[in-house]
Write a protein that binds this ligand. Structure first.
Ligand code: SF4
Ligand code: SF4
Length: 372
């Protein structure tokens, strides 16, 4: 007898499921579906970097530490297929980055495949080719792209251009106009460093003015080229704490979502503090190995885009095996390292392993940004 005959799916069942989902969202403002019955660490967000090539040479570039080759779209589809089909829940976001992903020749074909498997397809771009070749964005949207993130390092053109190259601020403004005209869901991303962090308030105002739905900010991590240009203390832990504390109220004031991938944002936001005592398998804070998976341009699984440590090569190994059994994944989930092991914020923070490595040379050492 088919299973659906054993469970009568009537209006009441539908309503019970709806209320359960609603309750989960209320108790979990991050939007994650907190369901302990699932009991499975799940890559809510999958980031794939499709190329290490770029048309800019930014001061804080992370890719210069890593990849050289790239997969073609058929190889990507072969790798991604088993990942999409393995998990009981649908992977919600696929984030496509680089290098500069618009330089990847088969981007439209890849997006067309991915958009059939996930809810959000986000492209992280420097905007150069969007500004100079607007039909490219139309083509990518027709393939299924539904979100775009533009890098904008400062509301002050000279500071942005110092970080990203002469004349780039103007191109980002042009790219924003193209996005506005084509009505794509737009976000801006600012990597905070010693040159630009005092302007984060004006950055958020400008994002709103340019029609963005989201302003995303994250302190620079000294990996790749950033290692030579910014030290970990280009923003002190105290200023870092103040910036993150400001985000919710700035978002409310300007009517824009102010977001950050920073693990510390959860400990300064009262909405998440209650979750510190939760034993859900969907941890907050550093998402590596819990809600986020990363694949490099050559098809290597790494903990995240800022960690060059290779966990496995998907041309030879299975993603599921790496995700479920690799020692790194287990350590990232247990968070029994350095001072996090005994910290009451362990389940909503965990610090940043890339920052710990940059500071102490030890992936499992203390993150110097921890102000506790
Ligand atoms: S000790 Fe670890 S978990 Fe606690 S606040 Fe610091 S970095 Fe976060
Ligand atoms: S290690 Fe750092 S950069 Fe990587 S996912 Fe965790 S918090 Fe983010």
């Amino acid at each position: 007898m088919a299973i659906f005959q054993l469970i009568p799916y009537n209006k009441r069942t539908k309503r019970t499921l709806h209320l359960a989902k609603k309750r989960a969202r209320i108790t979990d403002p991050s939007g994650y579906w907190e369901d302990k019955k699932m009991g499975q660490y799940f890559p809510f967000v999958l980031q794939i970097d499709v190329t290490p090539r770029c048309n800019l040479d930014c001061l804080h570039c992370r890719t210069s530490h890593g990849a050289t080759g790239e997969l073609n779209s058929a190889e990507w589809i072969e790798i991604l297929g088993p990942i999409f089909s393995h998990f009981r829940r649908r992977i919600q976001w696929v984030v496509i980055g680089g290098g500069e992903p618009t330089l990847y020749p088969e981007l439209g074909r890849l997006i067309s495949y991915i958009s059939r498997k996930t809810r959000v397809v986000l492209l992280m771009t420097n905007g150069v080719l969007i500004a100079t070749n607007p039909p490219l964005l139309e083509e990518l949207m027709a393939a299924g792209l539904n979100r775009l993130q533009l890098s904008l390092e400062s509301p002050v053109p000279e500071i942005h251009d110092t970080i990203r190259g002469q004349g780039n601020f103007y191109l980002v403004m042009q790219a924003a106009q193209v996005c506005h005209r084509l009505n794509i869901n737009l976000a801006f991303r600012m990597t905070l460093n010693g040159l630009n962090w005092p302007q984060y308030g004006e950055f958020i105002t400008l994002c709103k003015r340019l029609g963005a739905k989201e302003a995303n900010l994250r302190k620079v991590i000294p990996v790749g080229k950033a290692e030579a240009n910014f030290s970990w203390d280009c923003i002190s832990p105290q200023d870092h704490c103040k910036i993150l504390t400001d985000f919710p109220q700035l978002g409310e004031k300007h009517g824009i979502l102010v977001n950050s991938e920073d693990p510390y944002r959860f400990i300064v936001d009262p909405r998440f503090q209650r979750l510190a005592s939760s034993n859900s398998c969907f941890l907050r804070g550093c998402p590596a190995g819990t809600g986020h998976a990363y694949i490099s341009p050559e098809g290597q699984v790494r903990p995240c885009s800022n960690i060059p440590f290779v966990l496995g090569d998907l041309r030879e190994e299975s993603f599921v095996d790496i995700w479920e059994n690799h020692e790194w994944m287990i350590r990232l989930r247990e968070r029994n390292y350095a001072k996090c092991a005994d910290c009451s914020y362990k389940t909503i923070c965990g610090g940043c392993r890339a920052m710990a490595k940059a500071y102490s040379g030890d992936w499992w050492g203390v993150d110097p940004d921890c102000w506790l």
